[in-house]
Design a protein around this ligand. Structure first.
Ligand code: PHE
Length: 339
């Protein structure tokens, strides 16, 4: 009889259950009214006197171990099981969903598109891998032209005619080749320059190009359009056009907005002038129109190009351009509430 208890002790020790139902069956089998332990207690009186002491001790041990086992398994399994009623309870709160955020470059790009779409600009896009004609030659930058040095180019090694576009102005050419005026387009996209990466410059960045071609388009139209734009994005129409040079526009200008000189940061980012350069622009050079089979006697137009990283850095006071490409969630999630 003592051996029976010992076998039970071993069984209890190794017992494992995979559900609460199984634990309950185990409990009934050992501790229930007709269970092994109750039965063994009832057998006590038939145990020979000299064995009674050991029998009693072992039986009590079996009872405590069985009780502990039941408790242990119950706590273990109840954590991983949903009580039946809850499964059907549709009023239970749902799992929280982690909200994503738009990338600041996308936010600014969409804002620019939105502002220009209100005055009739559509979208146009072109390839990131370009040929010499669209990136340079058609834009008045023939081979060996010194202005090509303004933009350090990534060439496809085996073919000097193929490169990563250095600006979105290549899309101007593609669009004018394929469409007749009036033309009013915006082309946002990625551009590539062989430049050292620093807090202020990167070898991959984003531009938005604008192009407007029609009869009698003048420099005054360009200025008015830019004022409308800076008012919508930066809240000020106070701009100045500084004479500049681009091979594909004549005359050409850099656009500065008046940023102000109120804080120490204003002094720093405007280098003490209060003015900030935000983009390049100009009247499309008649030769570029000719290259795209548009008659410069009949049509004229303007173009402008801006860097999206630069705009986002100004709008959100981001100090280092590299932050845009590091995918650091702590940086990105700050834009959740900005639309
Ligand atoms: N493509 C010029 C640049 O990358 C910007 C520009 C676009 C200037 C259109 C004039 C007109 O710097």
């Amino acid at each position: 009889m003592i051996d029976t208890i010992k076998t039970h002790l071993q069984d209890v020790e190794v017992y494992q259950a995979s559900s609460l139902d199984e634990v309950e069956q185990f409990r009934i089998a050992y501790l229930g009214k007709k269970g092994h332990i109750t039965q063994l207690f009832a057998d006590f009186r038939n145990v020979p006197n000299e064995e009674k002491k050991e029998y009693g001790q072992l039986l009590n041990q079996l009872k405590t171990e069985a009780q502990t086992k039941v408790k242990e398994l119950q706590t273990q399994l109840s954590g991983s099981q949903t009580p039946k009623g809850l499964l059907n309870d549709i009023t239970r709160p749902g799992q929280p969903i982690a909200l994503g955020a738009r990338h600041p470059i996308s936010i600014v790009r969409d804002k620019v598109i939105d502002v220009f779409s209100r005055i009739g600009y559509g979208l146009s896009s072109g390839p990131e891998v370009e040929d010499d004609w669209h990136n340079f030659s058609a834009l008045n930058l023939p081979e060996h032209h010194p202005a090509r040095d303004m933009q350090d180019t990534f060439f496809v090694q085996t073919n000097p005619d193929v490169m990563l576009r250095t600006h979105t102005s290549s899309v101007q050419v593609r669009h004018m080749e394929a469409n007749r005026p009036p033309i009013r387009i915006l082309s946002p996209g990625r551009v590539f320059r062989n430049e050292a990466i620093s807090a202020r410059s990167h070898c991959v960045f984003h531009q938005v190009e604008g192009l407007y071609i029609d009869k009698n388009v003048s420099f005054a139209d360009l200025k008015q359009t830019l004022m409308y734009f800076t008012k919508a994005i930066f809240g000020t129409a106070e701009i100045r056009l500084r004479p500049s040079y681009f091979p594909f526009t004549e005359p050409s200008a850099e656009v500065d907005i008046y940023w102000g000189l109120e804080t120490e940061a204003d002094y720093r980012i405007t280098k003490g002038t209060g003015w900030l350069e935000i983009m390049g622009c100009g009247m499309v050079d008649p030769q570029v129109l000719k290259n795209c089979n548009i008659d410069p006697e009949e049509y004229s137009g303007f173009a402008f190009g801006m860097g999206l990283e630069r705009m986002a850095m100004l709008l959100y006071q981001i100090e280092d351009i590299r932050m845009f490409y590091e995918n650091d969630v702590r940086f990105l999630k700050q834009f959740t509430s900005i639309s």
